[in-house]
Design a protein around this ligand. Structure first.
Ligand SMILES: NC(=O)c1ccc[n+]([C@@H]2O[C@H](COP(=O)([O-])OP(=O)(O)OC[C@H]3O[C@@H](n4cnc5c(N)ncnc54)[C@H](O)[C@@H]3O)[C@@H](O)[C@H]2O)c1
Length: 348
């Protein structure tokens, strides 16, 4: 049963309307926590949390975490845990929203660390596999310092996260905030938008729409893939059992080339289609592969197989497409009944 009104059970999730955040918020509510979710909706969708607004344990506040003034009101609240996931994502957004990425991970991290400090809350910063840049060492353990070009085309994201990590550790040491970092490797699963340009939704979406699947480069670059349920389990494990000032990799264990991923997606969905190969619009990394022994030592393990996860995501995309189509039919019918001309926009 959910406990009522105890501040020690309240947590703050920044970036809670995003793909990972909206899954995390649900997991925390299911554990009996009260959740304040803050998000500026730059890359997240309010529709992913709108059903939660009926839950008295949930509050949504739209704001930008890099705005210090907007964040001061949270200094008077009491949280037991603060999760910082707020950052625009997606490789195309590195060019479009690079400044926002840098600010969310610098000023945003600072503002949220201050809230954790005044609350006495534990703090978790979500970093990324991209903190290792274009790695020269496989697999990547947390002790590997990475291979990052600080002025390269991906630096607005990579260096933003590296700065966020440094600030989290420094602030924790100086002010005694119990803070930890998770370096997230490619994650997929429910509540990824069909418009998301990350590789799995992009492949499934293109196959469903009968379009060729775009693969950057020759498709020999490798990645690992983790279902979001396993990631959430890892975030909760690190928040509860991780050590102050430490970074933990969380990601899938099996390396696949992007061409192998394409075959796995076709097999899991039963769809057929062809790939088109195109030079990447930005520099790409040849591989990413996490050494997860540190988080495994806390009791975490990957549970969802890629085949099961892909089948589940395919089913979700098909049903959301059906829903959109029926919304469209209803809207067209109601416009027709009202005698108005013009085709309404379908909700996307
Ligand atoms: N999904 C992955 O595979 C992956 C991999 C590595 C790291 N990460 C990290 O995990 C976190 C969550 O990623 P996601 O995949 O859910 O992405 P997402 O884009 O779906 O979620 C990020 C959320 O943060 C919000 N946001 C952005 N800037 C903000 C700001 N200044 N103030 C308030 N809210 C802001 C966005 O609106 C969005 O809802 C991000 O920090 C991301 O860098 C994700």
């Amino acid at each position: 049963m959910r406990s009522l009104g105890l501040s020690r059970n309240r947590c703050l999730v920044a970036g809670g309307a995003g793909f990972i955040g909206s899954n995390l918020v649900r997991a925390l509510l299911a554990r009996g926590m009260q959740v304040d979710c803050v998000d500026d909706l730059s890359t997240g969708r309010e529709s992913d949390i709108v059903d939660l607004k009926r839950d008295p344990a949930f509050r949504f506040i739209q704001l930008d975490v890099s705005n210090a003034e907007d964040c001061t009101r949270f200094l008077r609240r009491h949280y037991s845990q603060v999760y910082h996931l707020a950052c625009p994502t997606g490789v195309p957004n590195i060019e479009l929203l690079g400044e926002e990425m840098l600010l969310a991970s610098s000023a945003g991290t600072y503002n949220l660390l201050k809230i954790a400090r005044t609350s006495g809350a534990r703090f978790l910063f979500t970093s990324t596999a991209e903190a290792y840049g274009d790695p020269q060492v496989f697999p990547q353990a947390e002790t590997y310092a990475g291979n990052v070009d600080p002025v390269g085309p991906r630096s607005a994201y990579e260096e933003a996260k590296r700065f966020g990590e440094a600030l989290t550790c420094y602030y924790g040491r100086k002010y005694g905030v119990d803070a930890r970092i998770v370096r997230i490797f490619n994650t997929y699963g429910p509540r990824m938008s069909p418009e998301d340009q990350r590789v799995i939704p992009q492949m499934i979406g293109s196959l469903i729409n009968g379009q060729p699947v775009l693969i950057y480069g020759d498709g020999s670059q490798t990645r690992t893939f983790l279902h979001v349920d396993d990631l959430i389990d890892g975030l909760l494990t690190v928040m509860e059992r991780g050590s102050n000032g430490e970074a933990y990799n969380i990601g899938g264990s099996r390396q696949l080339t992007i061409k192998q991923l394409f075959e796995a997606v076709k097999k899991a969905t039963g769809l057929s289609g062809r790939a088109v190969f195109q030079k990447h619009f930005i520099s790409d990394h040849r591989g990413r592969w996490p050494d997860t022994s540190k988080v495994e030592a806390l009791g975490w393990s990957q549970k969802v197989s890629l085949a099961d996860g892909l089948r589940e995501m395919y089913a979700e995309f098909v049903s959301s497409k059906d829903e959109r189509r029926s919304d469209e039919v209803t809207l067209v019918a109601s416009f027709a009944m009202n005698g108005r001309s013009g085709r309404p926009q379908a909700r996307v």
